[in-house]
Write a protein that binds this ligand. Structure first.
Ligand code: NAP
Ligand code: ZN
Length: 363
């Protein structure tokens, strides 16, 4: 019997795409992952979503990037091997991994199922694993992950369009649940109609909220109403539209990835209204305290979601037939996809067809 430490020393070759510096340009990169340990699930990556966080980190906009970087934290695939202690997953299962691959499982956050706030959490990429090696994400042919961070993808969900649920989906779902932004009939504003934003509209409608999209892109109005079910659409740069909508919203989720003024958004909130930030622009955002004080308004932030809640969110999506609206692209399109994502030119999530991109060399 081979001991786990020995198993971990053995390595398997993986194909991926990496950036070598903060130009963020991706190109082919071969690396190794550990072989399946006793608690690991190994899966062939089929699809991986492109999150704006990938772009922020590729370009070192958050000043914490390490290179070479293989991004990707919306990863789904098919299990090809499980460790001896793995009971819940089997070869052939459709599984996924989101933004985390390890946490301590002893701290308060872990015991409450909020592993994302564990001080020792290991991110799926651009992080250091427990064995000291850099972590590499899902823009690659194979994943090996501790079973505690692997989730099953419900059979009724399309595999490719389910991938972005593992970051875009859980991020908006978790914020809406935690901050109780789900009360039937209330009004929700969604700022920024991208990957996270379009999922917030879908969850908002599933929770039977009145949903207003607040966007910089007039071209997105028709589809927001007709395909996503948005009830109202505001152009954030149209001052008259914004003023007419003052004090009309109970809740706002702000998913904007770039610097933008917060004050006009706060003015949309009713008394006791809540605004939750999930977008992470490069620079700080400002507002005047009086805006909060004279309306008892509330501003908060939220970070992805724990593993248990991710499983709950996937079941919710299966029950309500919710998945992402995607544009599927091959791996060698990824640099163009990043350029387009930077300009807001995607409806609404790029998903890399990883299996098709690498299958020639795998077979
Ligand atoms: P995305 O698909 O690029 O969507 C962002 C949207 O923001 C764009 O589609 C655009 O919508 C709007 N926008 C872009 N530039 C703008 C500007 N200058 N002013 C106003 N609006 C602008 O990005 P995403 O993948 O949804 O991610 C959004 C943000 O959330 C990123 O910062 C990402 O890092 C962050 N994120 C956070 C978490 C978390 O746990 N908190 C998880 C995942 C991602 P319109 O065209 O409709 O204006
Ligand atoms: Zn993400």
């Amino acid at each position: 019997m081979v001991k786990e430490e020995e198993l971990r020393r053995l390595e398997v070759n993986v194909e991926g795409w990496a950036a070598r510096d903060d130009s963020g340009i991706l190109s082919p990169f071969n690396f190794t992952r550990r072989k399946t340990g006793s608690h690991d699930v190994t899966f062939k990556v089929m699809y991986c979503g492109i999150c704006h966080s990938d772009l922020h980190q590729l370009r070192n906009e958050w000043k914490k990037s390490q290179y070479p970087m293989v991004p990707g934290h919306e990863i789904v695939g098919t299990v090809i091997e499980v460790g001896s202690e793995v009971k819940y997953f089997a070869v052939g299962d459709r599984v996924g991994v989101g933004c985390m691959i390890w946490s301590c499982h002893h701290c308060v956050s872990c015991s409450e199922g909020q592993e994302q706030f564990c001080e020792k959490v290991v991110a799926t990429y651009n992080s250091i694993d427990v064995d000291g090696s850099p972590t590499f994400g899902g823009y690659s042919s194979l994943m090996v992950c501790d079973q505690r961070f692997v989730v099953k993808i419900p059979g009724s969900l399309p595999f490719d369009a389910a991938a972005p649920l593992l970051c875009a989906g859980i991020t908006v779902y978790s914020s809406m649940k935690y901050f109780q932004m789900t009360e039937h009939g209330r009004s929700l504003g969604v700022v920024g109609l991208g990957g996270l934003g379009h999922m917030a509209v879908k969850f908002g409608k599933a929770f039977e909220l009145q949903v207003t999209v607040i966007s910089t892109s007039p071209t997105k109005e028709k589809e927001a109403r007709e395909d996503l079910g948005a009830d109202h659409f505001l152009i954030s740069k149209d001052q008259k539209q914004m003023q007419d909508a003052a004090k009309s919203l109970d809740y706002i989720i702000d998913t904007v990835s770039a610097d933008h003024p917060l004050q006009p958004l706060l003015d949309l909130l009713k008394v006791n209204g809540k605004l939750v930030l999930v977008g992470v622009p490069e620079k700080p955002l400002y507002f005047h305290p009086a805006t909060l004080i004279f309306g008892r308004r509330f501003v908060a932030g939220s970070l992805v979601g724990g593993v248990k809640e991710t499983r709950e969110m996937l079941d919710f999506c299966a029950e309500h037939n919710i998945s992402c609206v995607i544009e599927k692209v091959p791996m060698d399109y990824v640099n163009t996809a990043m350029e387009r994502l930077g300009k807001g030119d995607v409806k609404y999530r790029f998903v890399i067809d990883v299996d098709q991109s690498f299958s020639k060399s795998n077979s």
